[in-house]
Design a protein around this ligand. Structure first.
Ligand SMILES: *Cc1c(COP(=O)(O)O)cnc(C)c1O
Ligand code: SF4
Length: 455
């Protein structure tokens, strides 16, 4: 769809070159934009995560379409991503040039951008029977636990809407992976109800095969009868498909995939694709093939984002292309109420309209996708659509996942609200509480007490 200046040849084995604030001015494409624009990027990039790479810059971004190009907006900081008050603050700190002040200003602004309900992360932190807290894990829905290997806290490039800060881990990596892996196994033994382990991060596919296989081998060697599915949440197919084509450890990576499958465990790559452009290079198509021959399945997901993919035709085409390439469309998310939400976010109603208009245009094979879905405190809530109740417009919602599995699949109604961007802004269509609210409050109290026994 988009014309690239020069397509990379499929048999090339490029080296990953990262661009951050430290070196982005080297890029001729950036030099062309001029000093003022570069400074704007520096201001925003000091607050929001900024890292891109040679594949994204040379193969995905259409530099004839600046500033609107979706991949440009996805990986390069844009002035409007900060509200003007924050922008001005950082701008003046940078102009003064005091390193300490720049750092403090950044942290101060970030705190204001990240209004995660206090303890949201801690609430889902599981504990071993011996009392050990597993901070690298999250267990919110009965059958699935999330696992954050400490070496996967970074990505091949950063999405400008994302707030999972990369944290460099300066520990003996292999040793650490072994201990975390053992704890994961122990937790799975103690929780036979868990069937799915979802590796996430950051991006677990940033790990070298040697490290990644340490985790997988602990899981496989433990012969856990409950473990049926391993999922890997990754954006490597978009940001660095060479992970599965030509990187040094490619054979080892694909061999681990095969090993999982041969063990009788389903491997699902939860691939994060925000835009059709990410599916159009020869490299990504070839990488998808390589993964599929291992017996792994690829499912796809993305939030719906203003300035990047708020276009139902694009979504329809993206889902169709995914099915054509052998991937299964899985989730469309609503962007979280955090970070540059004012820039990327949109009302729930608008997200639902984009979803429906796209869904209308695809065949049943792409209608495996569900959304738009909010990962909110009580669970994953889907906006099904609009209907009428006693002559009043109402929104129909349902849980796709719930903190209590009994909440799942029961339609519930909210007052029609054109502006609401998150579940907590919605009001029940009748009565003063949603059906799950009282129970949720009880559950939160219990969780809080368990987590902070001293309080
Ligand atoms: C989305 C999610 C899962 C997986 O849910 P599925 O509907 O099975 O894909 C698991 N844990 C958490 C915390 C999640 O947000
Ligand atoms: S790839 Fe995922 S974790 Fe990494 S920056 Fe993007 S959204 Fe965040």
């Amino acid at each position: 769809m988009q014309k690239q200046d020069s397509m990379w040849k499929i048999n090339e084995s490029p080296r990953l070159k990262s661009y951050t604030l430290a070196n982005f001015r080297e890029l001729p494409q950036i030099q062309k934009l001029g000093k003022e624009k570069q400074f704007e990027m520096e201001v925003v990039g000091n607050v929001l995560p900024f890292k891109t790479n040679n594949y994204v810059v040379e193969q995905l971004i259409n530099w004839n379409n600046i500033p609107d190009d979706p991949m440009f907006v996805l990986t390069f900081p844009q002035k409007e991503m900060l509200i003007s008050q924050h922008y001005t603050k950082m701008e003046s700190a940078l102009k003064k040039g005091d390193k300490k002040e720049i750092q403090n200003t950044a942290n101060e602004i970030r705190l204001q951008l990240n209004p995660h309900p206090a303890g949201q992360m801690e609430l889902n932190v599981p504990t071993l029977k011996d009392g050990t807290k597993l901070y690298g894990m999250q267990h919110k829905y009965k059958e699935t636990c999330l696992f954050f290997p400490s070496q996967s806290q970074t990505c091949h490039a950063y999405c400008s809407f994302c707030f999972r800060w990369p944290q460099f881990v300066g520990m003996d990596e292999l040793k650490f992976a072994m201990r975390e892996g053992e704890q994961l196994v122990q937790y799975l033994i103690e929780h036979p109800e868990i069937s799915d382990v979802l590796f996430t991060g950051g991006d677990p596919m940033i790990m070298k095969a040697k490290i990644f296989s340490t985790y997988i081998n602990s899981l496989l060697d433990a012969n856990l009868p409950n473990l049926r599915i391993i999922r890997i949440g990754t954006k490597a197919l978009s940001y660095w498909p060479y992970k599965f084509l030509t990187d040094d450890d490619v054979n080892e990576t694909l061999d681990i995939f095969k090993k999982i499958v041969n063990k009788g465990i389903h491997l699902s790559i939860m691939a994060h694709f925000n835009h059709l452009v990410e599916l159009e290079t020869d490299a990504v198509k070839e990488a998808i093939k390589k993964i599929r021959v291992t017996g792994a399945q690829i499912r796809t997901q993305s939030p719906v984002l203003r300035h990047i993919n708020d276009d139902s035709n694009m979504w329809a085409e993206m889902w169709k292309t995914q099915v054509q390439l052998g991937c299964i469309p899985y989730y469309m998310f609503v962007v979280r109420d955090t970070g540059a939400q004012h820039y990327f976010g949109m009302p729930l109603i608008d997200a639902q309209i984009i979803f429906r208009d796209a869904y209308k245009k695809v065949t049943g094979l792409a209608r495996t996708v569900r959304g738009p879905s909010m990962s909110a405190t009580p669970g994953k809530v889907q906006i099904l659509g609009i209907t009428e109740l006693d002559g009043q417009k109402v929104m129909v919602l349902r849980f796709l996942q719930g903190r209590n599995p009994d909440w799942v699949q029961i339609p519930f109604l909210a007052k029609y609200d054109e502006k609401a961007i998150w579940l907590d802004e919605l009001k029940p269509a009748t009565g003063d509480k949603f059906f799950f609210e009282e129970e949720l409050q009880e559950k939160m109290k219990i969780l809080k007490n368990e987590d902070y026994p001293e309080s």
